[in-house]
Design a protein around this ligand. Structure first.
Ligand code: URA
Length: 241
């Protein structure tokens, strides 16, 4: 059970004070009866709440997929840079979502945003072995020796040995390479540092899949959409891909 004013404020009907005014005006109905006080408790699963005659669609959690553009930081607040939250409309910001893990400022691609702390924890903990797939462009030729190094795990500049990763070569020339990288951890600059340890540099990085869900290519960089129920089941590992 939750307070009516909290439920309506969370849905963007105004501040608690504004919701109180709305209730006093007689604009809110609970199960067909006009609400008199904004502090009454409601059952958001059972009660039918109407505002100005329209039934509200209550939900606690929001799950968004964004195609993150370069130049924007994966944080909820930053003193200097634009954040991924700044790219959201107020109707999504009201749910106070946060990014699930981080992509570097210059990395583009799939970033999930949610206010579901439990799912966030499961998705970012290496314990749960959540696959993250990246498309990367590398400044040098990449070969089978590099694939083997990824398979074994790579020692980074700080001495940390990564979990095994998968490297697939799409194209390798003297001038550079295109690869897919699959890892299950999310250490700071991990993909870039794995290649650095092999003497190579990542010149472009895009995440294309996370936890079994794939970046919707209809999303331009900077655009986002809610994930579907099927995608949510995949993320929660309640549905196989
Ligand atoms: N690895 C990186 O180096 N950067 C990212 O943004 C994500 C993974």
């Amino acid at each position: 059970m939750e307070r009516l004013d909290k439920v309506l404020a969370n849905l963007g009907y105004g501040t608690r004070k504004e919701v109180k005014v709305l209730v006093k005006k007689g604009a809110v109905e609970i199960n067909g009866v006009q609400a008199k006080n904004s502090d009454v408790k409601v059952d958001t699963n059972e009660d039918i709440i109407k505002v100005n005659g329209e039934t509200i669609n209550y939900r606690k959690f929001i799950y968004l997929m964004m195609n993150k553009p370069a130049g924007v930081v994966s944080a909820t607040f930053d003193n200097y840079d634009e954040t991924v939250i700044d790219l959201l409309d107020p109707e999504e910001q009201i749910f106070e979502p946060f990014p699930v893990g981080r992509l570097d400022k210059d990395t583009v691609g799939l970033l999930l945003l949610t206010n579901d702390g439990e799912l966030n924890h499961k998705l970012i903990s290496p314990k749960y072995h959540v696959d993250k797939v990246y498309y990367a462009e590398i400044d040098k030729p990449v070969d089978d020796k590099d694939v083997k190094c990824f398979e074994k795990g790579i020692v980074l500049d700080d001495g940390y040995k990564t979990m095994p990763g998968k490297l697939e070569i799409l194209k390798a020339t003297e001038h550079g390479s295109e690869v897919y990288v699959t890892i299950q951890e999310g250490k700071f600059h991990q993909v870039k540092r794995m290649f650095e340890s092999l003497g190579k540099k990542v010149v472009f990085l895009k995440r294309i899949s996370f936890g079994g869900i794939i970046l919707d290519e209809d999303l331009e960089e900077g655009q986002y959409r809610e994930i579907s129920e099927d995608e949510l089941l995949v993320l929660k590992k309640e549905k196989n891909v």
